[in-house]
Design a protein around this ligand. Structure first.
Ligand code: 4AD
Ligand code: MG
Length: 447
């Protein structure tokens, strides 16, 4: 036996004999040849057995090997442009193999078209398919890149609690759970409030974890459990916040383009819109955005689309508005200065315009919608208390949060980056449920 290599390394082993440990994804048999498409977790590679090269009994075993059987194959790696696979272009000529387990022959995800509901019911198997595998490999790279950028730019990772006593992002999407003698706890909608405590000890911090929203909306962009990356910075205003956003997003996109090109190609992703992403990203105010939407609406001929684009100052964007806006640009776009009434309680008001908040959303191109939401935070303790009351939030639960403003308060800002939304944009897939191994939506908690 030879040391096992990973399929992603095949190019380094051209003309060498190696072993690969994996699973049979597909098998075809043509006369004296058996082709296996083998997956090993790192890629998909074609392996070929020629009848004259292996024992007749063993050859016969390969002819009938069921999909998903686990196997170790040994042979020489050859370059062959036509060989399918991810990355593809290489094949292994089998000289020896060992079947670890011949899989049962009633595999639910046999290679044919499956409906999405069926695929989701079989998510534990679906993740073995090339498309899902590629998306989840890109997800992991996105997460690794985000952490790396922030770790290298003066941030420290401090995670925040999941079981919390109060709401951060409005009381309508809270998940509640009994909590001993304390009554109830809520699953965190965001780690922001605790991040805000952390900056006064560490200056620049980030939290990264699962966040929960009992979203009643059944859209392609909403999960009830999703992962958020949340940086928070002391001595930081809205402009500096946008800079951090565009720098880190650019870094993520570049790393995925560099290190996950075969996966993107296997998904059929046209990367031309990603290749050109560089700071600065366009920055438009909410007021300008409203005007732009009005103009787009005026020149729209389709009455249904026109109707969808109806909009008035003071409203929050819906998905048609975000899509229309981002189609005007070929980069992610910052929209800043949203009406105070549609945003969270903690946002600093615009100087001289209290009806506007120092808030910012980053909208991804190609209609993928909001991937970042953030703001400058209120630093004045009196105003913050007033806002808590206006939003009917329990003062008691926020006592510690209010105290932060009495001991060394400074202008500070932060945002939340939705990992799944970012992954769907980068992968170019239209439903967020495929961007997390086991998605939770309003209709699904299984598997
Ligand atoms: O805009 P949001 O609600 O902002 C906050 O929670 C802030 N407290 C974050 C902060 O400033 N530290 O959420 C931030 C991002 C959104 O831009 C979106 O990408 C994602 O989280 N997001 C969701 N992703 C999937 N499913 C949902 N239901 C989501 N809700 C928000
Ligand atoms: Mg938001």
């Amino acid at each position: 036996m030879h040391p096992a290599i990973r399929v992603e390394q095949v190019a380094e082993y051209e003309n060498q004999e190696v072993s690969i440990r994996g699973w049979v994804y597909n098998r075809t048999h043509k006369g004296k040849l058996v082709f296996l498409l083998l997956r090993d977790g790192y890629g998909f590679v074609q392996c070929v057995a020629f009848k004259n090269d292996v024992d007749a009994e063993l050859f016969n075993q390969l002819v009938h090997i069921p999909q998903e059987s686990s196997i170790i194959v040994t042979g020489v790696i050859r370059a062959d442009k036509r060989a399918p696979g991810i990355p593809g272009g290489y094949e292994l000529g089998i000289t020896q193999f060992q079947i670890i387990q011949a899989a049962a022959d009633d595999y639910p995800m046999a290679l044919k078209e499956h409906g999405v509901d069926f695929a989701m019911d079989n998510r534990h198997f679906w993740i073995r398919m090339p498309s899902q595998w590629a998306i989840l490999r890109i997800r992991a790279m996105v997460i690794s890149a985000i952490r790396e950028w922030f770790d290298q730019n003066g941030f420290i990772n401090l995670d925040t609690p999941i079981l919390t006593p109060a709401a951060c992002e409005g009381t309508t999407t809270l998940f509640e759970t009994p909590y001993f003698d304390e009554g109830v706890a809520f699953l965190a909608q965001s780690g922001q409030l605790y991040n805000e405590a952390n900056i006064f000890a560490f200056s620049k911090v980030y939290a990264f974890g699962p966040t929960f929203r009992a979203e009643k909306s059944k859209t392609r962009r909403h999960l009830t459990e999703f992962w958020m990356f949340e940086p928070e910075m002391a001595f930081c205003d809205l402009d500096e916040l946008m800079e951090v956003g565009e720098q880190s997003i650019t870094y993520i996109v570049k790393r995925v383009l560099n290190e996950r090109a075969p996966e993107l190609a296997s998904l059929g992703r046209d990367t031309s819109q990603l290749d050109t992403i560089e700071p600065p990203f366009p920055r438009i105010s909410y007021d300008e955005a409203v005007e732009m939407i009005g103009k787009i609406r005026d020149r729209t001929e389709d009455p249904e689309q026109k109707e969808l684009l109806n909009f008035e100052w003071g409203m929050d964007f819906g998905s048609p508005h975000e899509t229309a806006l981002t189609e005007e640009f070929n980069k992610p776009v910052f929209v800043y200065g949203f009406p105070t009434q549609v945003k969270a309680f903690y946002m600093e008001p615009w100087q001289g315009r209290p009806e506007v908040s120092k808030s910012v959303d980053l909208l991804a191109p190609e209609g993928y919608g909001e991937i970042i939401g953030g703001s400058e935070r209120i630093s004045d303790p009196e105003l913050l208390l007033q806002r808590l009351h206006e939003h009917n939030l329990p003062e008691d639960a926020f006592k510690w949060y209010l105290e932060l403003r009495r001991f060394g308060s400074v202008p500070h800002s932060g945002f939340g980056l939705g990992v799944e939304r970012t992954v769907s944009w980068i992968c170019g897939i239209n439903h967020i449920r495929e961007t997390i191994p086991f998605p939770r939506t309003i209709k699904r908690m299984y598997p």
